[in-house]
Design a protein around this ligand. Structure first.
Ligand code: PEP
Ligand code: MG
Length: 882
């Protein structure tokens, strides 16, 4: 016996998502809870996988199971597939385990042909509707199944409108539509060499094959890559009896969210169109009505819809995105799924569902995708700024963006890759524009509503979007947009505010974000749940304050070299580096000492009560020196002028020194604690500055926790030596100032040898901090400055590496060293505190790993602190669940 490939909706179950896909499982579940779902069946994802395994052929036994399933629909609806009097029409839709909106194809009205169309006309007493359905079907089938270009159909439709002298499709008469149908059929014959298939069973077979094929169309592949959806899970196919929203003025169709997907507010939010079919709303071709006005149009249907949407939300315990159709005054639910939402909405919905007692705090935490919070922690328009608002559209996706306008997705992608900030401006977007949307700062469309493609995709990606901005007249031929009679060429700087729908000429000042009350509440729950501490990387009091505001529990990395980069200090730093003797160097160090003391004073004060981990000088010294090429140019110019001998000599001496310091491989060269080993006086000065600042603060009654961190250690003896230098500085300052203070000394683990000998290194350390930027670089032997631009993309494309290892921790390799470091380190020194301060400290997946291997803290950029807090709580929740 062959496998069971076909499940009637009532045979399926919510838990069968792998087999039935998300949509199929939902349809089964909705059917089983008694909602008004048009009957149908699902062909399994297994059938799709078998289809590919068999070299793109239908698996044996599948077709035999479809007949009886169709029979079941016929029985339930009282209609017959292919019957010329009372024909059953079906939709055929893809539906993978994970929602991939608009990425694959859908065919509606399948089953229509020259005979059944007459039956539909007679049974609905509406010839116009029947022929409109027929022409839509041929168009979709032609486009999706037979791959005849969409615009060729559109041209025939346009010609018909011109001939009849009308503006809108809806004004075409049945006679005109018959002409369109004939035109479509001729087009298909011409393009494919075969007639349009009139046999409904043939239509069904071809449509099912097309859905299987669409699993591997380009946009589906791109979408899966962006969203980390596996390629080998296949799609299910849902075949469902059609209901019609275009059967007259007592029919209609719409989509609605049970809560506002932009803000999360608990109000029914959506749009509908009377006398229209689903794709009119979703494609944003006609501008729909807000759902609230359905109440005026039909009170009873509205009330039924409100009740149904409430029960759907209660059943799924999450905000739902519902597609519905009204056929001659009767409501049908076509689809429901957990609604996509902006980050603010995600937070508000989760927090309110928890407050309403529907979900637990742990579930609320788990519901938020930490990466999505990024958009909340970024900038928005300064409301005080004077703005030249030139148009207004629908506020489709919140946040603000500025950029040069471009009218084409390919161009947006091209410019985006050169680092240019662009806004993609289109009449409407389609799934084919996905790469351009990805590359753009924001999206602006002239048509389509809040649920149009552009709006849905932008919200999901966290990009600002303004849609349905009807004042725009886009001229693709000349690459211009005209607004109120003013024409703007491609490349003009615009700004959009997706929170209010404003379109602004020029760039706009932006301001920093603030956390909403719900966000703070959620973070409070995260704090109760997480065991990892979250610290921030900050090098100045301003960033330290921002980190505190976002809830950082200290500073995990203060990079002191950033303080040396100040233009006023660079000459002194150069003096220090270029000094030939110790006394010369000490002159320069003495000048730097008070400056560094002020730096540390400011940061320690902001972070009163919390640890501040200050790393002693780390980068290769040449980073502070003048550029060799520039020096050579200057010298050549001076030589040609021939009159500034003294300056020329100075520059030549400088060039010799710079050349003498230059290294073949600076990242593996004279940097990190090797500087402290060769020039202990530099580290001694920095330690003194830290402790002088500490002494002052102690005298002021401020609680301080300085932690001195030695970078790039490979051997316990390095650390032991530099520990001594640091301790001597502390002793000296305490004696001089007559105060005592506590401090700790630790090291970064950034080189494999340090991790491999962590048991030895830990004997001289109070704490370890994994510098996973360098540890990744030194473990993989990938230069982090070169890899991303050169060979790393090939490694990702060829699936040698799953992620960029500088963004997402390489758990298997680098992670193994970390595990070893933690274990060996704690065995030798049970009190050892261990954290991470590389970029990975702000990446949710890496944070999960840090939790699993038992780190004490993660440290990340101030803006990522809330994300890290949430990710840490999620890690705690999921490890508890295991
Ligand atoms: C690291 O190497 O991970 C680190 C934090 O140090 P830096 O990035 O400054 O080299
Ligand atoms: Mg480093």
């Amino acid at each position: 016996m062959s496998k069971k490939f076909v499940y009637l909706f009532r045979e399926g179950q919510a838990s069968m998502r792998d087999l039935l896909g998300g949509k199929g499982a939902n349809l089964a579940e909705m059917t089983n809870i008694g909602l008004p779902v048009p009957p149908g069946f699902t062909i399994t994802t297994e059938a799709c996988n078998d289809y590919y395994a068999l070299g793109r052929n239908l698996p044996e036994g599948l077709w035999e199971q479809i007949g009886p399933a169709l029979g079941d629909i016929e029985k339930a609806t009282g209609k017959k597939f292919g019957d010329k009097d009372n024909p059953l029409l079906v939709s055929v839709r893809s539906g993978a385990k994970f929602s991939m909106p608009g990425m694959m194809d859908t065919i509606l009205n399948l089953g229509l042909n020259d005979e059944t169309v007459e039956g539909l006309a007679a049974s609905t007493q509406n010839a116009r509707f029947a022929y409109d359905s027929y022409r839509r079907f041929i168009q979709m089938f032609g486009d999706v199944v037979l791959e005849v270009e969409h615009h060729e159909f559109e041209r025939i439709l346009e010609e018909a409108k011109e001939k009849q002298n009308v503006n809108y499709d809806s004004e075409l008469t049945a006679e005109s539509l018959k002409g369109v149908v004939e035109g479509y059929k001729r087009l298909i014959q011409r393009r494919t060499g075969s007639p349009f298939p009139l046999d409904p069973m043939k239509q069904l077979e071809q449509a099912i094959l097309a859905v299987f094929r669409s699993w591997n169309n380009d946009r589906a592949i791109v979408y899966r890559r962006i969203n980390s959806i596996p390629d080998n899970i296949g799609t299910a196919v849902n075949v469902q009896s059609m209901v019609f929203g275009n059967m007259g003025n007592d029919s209609g169709t719409g989509v609605a969210f049970t809560r506002n997907p932009s803000t999360g507010e608990r109000v029914l939010y959506g749009e509908y169109l009377m006398n229209a079919q689903g794709e009119d709303v979703v494609a944003g071709i006609r501008t729909p009505q807000p759902i609230k006005s359905l109440e005026d149009e039909n009170k009873a249907i509205y009330a039924q819809f409100v009740e149904t949407s409430n029960s759907l939300e209660a059943h799924y315990r999450d905000m739902q995105d519902i597609e519905f159709t009204i056929e001659r005054g009767r409501l049908y639910i076509l689809q429901t799924r957990n609604g996509k939402r902006t980050a603010p909405a995600a937070i508000r919905v989760a927090v309110e569902l928890c407050r309403e007692g529907v979900i637990s705090k742990e579930e609320a935490i788990a519901r938020i995708e930490p990466g999505q919070l990024d958009q909340l922690l970024h900038r928005r328009m300064d409301s005080e700024a004077k703005l030249e608002v030139i148009a207004k559209g629908l506020p489709a996706s919140p946040g603000a963006a500025s950029g040069k306008i471009v009218f084409d997705a390919d161009e947006a992608e091209r410019l985006g890759h050169t680092g240019e900030r662009v806004l993609l401006v289109r009449t409407e977007t389609t799934p084919d524009d996905i790469h351009g949307i990805l590359a753009a700062q924001g999206i602006l469309t002239s048509r389509g509503g809040m649920t149009s493609h552009a709006a849905v995709v932008a919200r999901h990606m966290g990009k600002p979007a303004v849609c349905g901005c009807e004042a725009l007249r886009i001229d693709y031929a000349h690459n211009t947009v005209t607004i109120d009679g003013v024409t703007y060429p491609e490349g003009t700087l615009f700004s959009i505010d997706g929170t209010t729908g404003r379109v602004i000429k020029g760039a706009v000042p932006m301001i920093d974000p603030e956390l909403s009350e719900e966000f703070k509440e959620l973070l409070g729950w995260a704090d109760e749940i997480r065991t990892l501490k979250v610290l921030a990387n900050a090098d100045n009091p301003r960033d330290a304050q921002k980190a505190r505001d976002f809830g950082a529990q200290g500073i995990g990395l203060c990079r002191t070299e950033h303080m040396f980069m100040d233009p006023a200090r660079i000459p002194i730093v150069q003096e220090m580096i270029l000094a030939q003797t110790l006394p010369e160097r000490e002159v320069a160090l003495a000048k730097l000492l008070p400056m560094q003391e002020e730096d540390f004073y400011g940061i320690l004060k902001v972070m009163a009560g919390f640890p501040v981990t200050i790393r002693l000088l780390d980068p290769p010294l040449h980073e502070f020196l003048p550029n060799v090429e520039e020096l050579v140019v200057d010298i050549t110019k001076l030589k040609l002028q021939g009159d500034r001998e003294e300056e020329l000599n100075e520059k030549e001496v400088l060039l010799r020194k710079v050349r003498a310091l230059s290294e073949m491989n600076p990242m593996l060269g004279h940097r990190g604690c090797r500087l402290g080993i060769t020039f202990p006086e530099i580290y001694a000065m920095q330690a003194r500055a830290i402790f002088q600042a500490s002494a002052r603060l102690v005298k002021e009654g401020c609680e301080i926790h300085p932690e001195v961190m030695i970078p790039l250690v490979i051997h316990v003896k390095e650390l032991a030596k530099l520990r001594k230098v640091t301790e001597e500085a502390a002793q000296t300052v305490m004696a001089e100032q007559g105060v005592t203070f506590s401090y700790t000394i630790g090291t970064m683990i950034e080189v494999p040898r340090a991790a491999l000998t962590a048991d030895e290194v830990a004997t001289a350390a109070d704490f370890f901090s994994f510098g996973t930027n360098d540890l990744t670089q030194t473990t993989l032997g990938f230069s982090r400055d070169d890899a991303e631009g050169k060979f790393l993309p090939a490694y990702l494309e060829q699936n040698i590496l799953e992620h960029n290892p500088f963004a997402v921790l390489d758990r298997i390799g680098v992670g193994k060293l970390m595990k070893m470091g933690v274990q060996l380190g704690r065995e030798a020194n049970p009190g050892l505190k261990v954290g991470i301060c590389g970029e990975h400290g702000g990446d949710p997946s890496s944070i999960e790993f840090c939790h699993q291997i038992g780190l004490n803290y993660v440290s990340c950029s101030p803006f990522r602190v809330p994300i890290a807090c949430l990710a840490a709580a999620q890690a705690a929740v999921s490890s508890k669940g295991q």
